[in-house]
Design a protein around this ligand. Structure first.
Ligand code: PAF
Length: 279
């Protein structure tokens, strides 16, 4: 596996591969790989001639300094895992922002709800860095995980609006044996909160199971879920919501798919999870 740290070197390498008519897959990550990331890499390796994995903790998408500073990093472990899967290139830049950076990508409406509402500026940072990665790598296909469902909806919109010729693949959430969605943040949970964290997914599953076709019990189910979670010491619900998928609007009888999504603080650790429900 090649490790490329420099933007121009990666651009030249990919240009050469494109001329060789190679089909290129990009897996954008912030490192500290778990099975969710590895699954995206395996998918890309199986579908593409060349897989590029970016490994960059993007400061622009963090709304809290302590969150950025405590974000886990282990490059040597990441390198070994990606190599084992057959990743061809790991892009590991020191920074993707010059000191005079002034250009930002904003995707409207889709970013006003859910995580966009509670983490101002987060999706501006995500869309900008993904736009940069698309421009640098110029992949045919890009792989994203459903755990960050809103992120995928935002990127899909950006692909359409900015005319990127890139196919987005959304891969299902990979879970621990007890149902907790895999996340680089899970290692930051206290042992007590790690034990209780699966209650989050259980509550989303309960909403999924009990939601009536006319959605009339939606608010009641959401309130029950919040109450159950907030009964756990040190737990605070940021949001639990049911919106249409992928437009992220208030659902009605014409909605074919729903996103049952939540963000919950276990102590200082903010976990997200969701279920996409077909109606
Ligand atoms: O999902 C992530 O890990 C990040 O938001 C991404 C897409 C790599 C952008 O920094």
């Amino acid at each position: 596996m090649e490790i490329i740290q420099n933007v121009d070197s990666l651009r030249n390498r990919v240009e050469f591969l494109r001329k060789e008519r190679k089909y290129i897959g990009l897996v954008p990550t912030m490192g500290y790989f778990h099975d969710g990331h590895l699954n995206l890499m395996r998918l890309s390796v199986s579908e593409c001639d060349v897989t590029v994995v970016s490994n960059y903790v993007n400061p622009a998408q963090f709304d809290r300094r302590d969150d950025l500073e405590s974000y886990p990093i282990n490059f040597e472990r990441d390198k070994a895992l990606a190599e084992e899967i057959g990743v061809d290139i790991m892009f590991y830049p020191q920074t993707l922002y010059q000191s005079d950076h002034k250009t930002w990508v904003t995707v409207e409406k889709l970013t006003d709800v859910l995580c966009g509402r509670s983490r101002p500026g987060h999706f501006k940072g995500v869309a900008t860095v993904v736009c940069k990665l698309f421009n640098i790598v110029n992949p045919h296909v890009a792989y994203f995980g459903q755990k960050d469902a809103q992120q995928a909806a935002v990127i899909e919109q950006m692909i359409k609006d900015l005319n990127f010729d890139i196919r987005l693949v959304l891969s299902p959430i990979i879970r621990e044996h007890d149902g907790l969605a895999m996340s680089s943040r899970n290692v930051q949970l206290t042992p007590e909160h790690r034990k209780k964290a699966p209650v989050f997914y259980e509550q989303l599953q309960l909403i999924d199971k009990k939601l009536l076709p006319d959605l009339s019990n939606k608010e009641m189910l959401i309130e029950q879920a919040k109450k159950t979670l907030e009964n756990i010491p040190g737990v605070r619900v940021d949001y639990i919501e049911v919106l249409s998928w992928p437009h992220l609007e208030i659902p009605d009888k014409t909605s074919h798919r729903l996103l049952i999504a939540g963000a919950v603080f276990f102590g200082n650790v903010r976990l997200i999870d969701n279920i996409i429900k077909e109606l």
